[in-house]
Design a protein around this ligand. Structure first.
Ligand code: NAP
Length: 288
C-alpha cells in the first residue's frame, strides 16, 4: 500500500489519478484525516496500514505568509518530514518528498543543478532546505525531488489565478523579475514513478522542471493570449505586490540529471500549459 500525504493538494491528486489508472493501491488522507505534524498518529497510520512507500505531497507553500508563520512552516516542511523519514527507516521502506527552487538565492545566471550550493532567502525556502537535510540524514533511502512553479488539474496555482484575473480585471500587472519554469504535476508524477522503478537505486536529490524558462510576466501573457484576454497586461516587479524581497530572481532548475538517467526529454512549459488549458488530454514524455 502506498501512502500519499496531503491528499487534497495538486500533486497528491495527480498521483491519485495515476494510481487509479494503473490499478495501484494507495491511501491519500487529506490534512484533516492525517496531519503530518501529529507525529504519533502518523507512525500508527503507517504501521497499521502496512505502508510500503511514502510519497510526501503535504507542504506549507505560502511563501510570504511563512515569514510571519515560521513555526508552522518549519513544523510542516522540516520536522514532519524528518519524522516521516524516520518512520520509513524504522519500517525499512523508501521515502519520497518534494522540495523547491526557492532553496536557491537566484544569483546564478544559468540553470541550477543538484550540485549547486543552496542559500534560501525566505523562511519557506529555509524550512524546505532543512526538511531536505533532515530527511537525508534520517533515512538513506530518501528521494528528494525539487520542483518549480507547479501546476496540476484542480490545483490552486498561477494559471488558475491568471484565469480569475482575466475574468475580473481590465488590466493585469505581473512581475518581470522572477524567472524559473512552470512544471506540470503530470511530469513530476511520471518521473517520480520512473525513478522509483529503476533497478539500481540512487537516492538523493533530483530536479524536475518544465523545459525552457520564463518570467511570471511572460508566463502570464502567454496564458492570457491563449484565453483571448483583451485587457492590458502591464509589467511589474515582485515588490509591487509584497514588501518581502524574498523570492529568487532566477531559479530555473536543470532537469539534465533525470533526463540523462531516464533517457527522456521533459516537454516545454508552454506545451504543458497548452495541454492544461485543454484539460483532459493525455500525453507521454517523449524518449530521447
Ligand atoms: N505549488 C508550487 O508552485 C510549488 C513550487 C515548488 C515546490 N513545490 C512543492 O511541491 C510539493 C507539492 O506541492 P503542491 O503544489 O501539490 O502543493 P499544494 O497543492 O499546496 O498541496 C499541499 C497540501 O498539503 C496539505 N497540508 C498542509 N499542511 C499539512 C499537514 N500538516 N498535514 C497534512 N497535509 C498538510 C495542504 O492542505 P491545506 O490546503 O488544507 O493546508 C495541501 O492540500 C510540495 O512539497 C511543495 O512544497 C510546490
Amino acid at each position: 500500500m502506498i501512502l500519499i500525504t496531503g491528499g487534497a493538494g495538486q500533486l497528491a491528486k495527480e498521483f491519485q489519478r495515476f494510481f487509479k489508472k494503473n490499478s495501484i493501491d494507495f491511501l491519500a488522507p487529506n490534512r484533516l484525516e492525517l496531519d503530518i505534524t501529529d507525529f504519533d498518529k502518523v507512525r500508527d497510520y503507517i504501521l497499521n496500514n502496512d505502508i510500503e512507500l511514502v510519497l510526501n505531497c503535504a507542504a506549507y507553500n505560502l511563501v510570504e505568509a511563512a515569514e510571519e508563520e515560521k513555526d508552522s512552516a518549519y513544523m510542516i516542511n522540516a520536522y514532519a518530514v524528518e519524522n516521516l523519514a524516520k518512520i520509513c527507516k524504522e519500517k525499512r521502506i523508501e521515502f519520497v518528498t518534494y522540495s523547491t527552487d526557492f532553496v536557491f538565492d537566484g544569483t546564478k545566471d544559468s540553470e541550477y543543478t543538484e550540485e549547486d550550493e543552496i542559500n534560501p532567502l525566505s523562511v519557506y525556502g529555509r524550512s524546505k532546505a532543512l526538511g531536505e537535510r533532515l530527511a537525508l540524514e534520517e533515512n538513506k533511502r530518501t528521494f528528494i525531488f525539487r520542483v518549480s512553479w507547479v501546476f496540476g488539474e484542480e490545483g490552486k496555482n498561477f494559471i488558475e489565478g491568471v484565469k480569475t484575473w482575466a475574468n475580473t480585471r481590465e488590466s493585469i500587472k505581473i512581475a518581470t523579475d522572477q524567472v524559473s519554469s512552470p512544471t506540470s504535476t503530470r511530469d513530476i508524477v511520471d518521473i517520480t514513478w520512473k525513478i522509483l522503478n529503476l533497478r539500481d537505486r540512487d537516492y538523493g536529490i533530483y530536479h524536475i522542471s518544465g523545459a525552457g524558462e520564463t518570467s511570471r510576466y511572460e508566463q502570464g501573457k502567454y496564458i492570457l493570449e491563449k484565453l483571448g484576454y483583451t485587457g492590458k497586461v502591464l509589467e511589474g516587479k515582485c515588490l509591487d505586490f509584497t514588501s518581502y524581497d524574498i523570492r529568487p530572481k532566477y531559479s530555473k532548475l536543470s532537469s539534465k540529471k533525470v533526463e540523462n538517467i531516464l533517457g527522456i526529454k521533459i516537454p516545454s512549459w508552454c506545451s504543458r500549459i497548452d495541454e492544461y488549458l485543454k484539460v483532459g488530454k493525455t500525453y507521454l514524455i517523449t524518449g530521447a
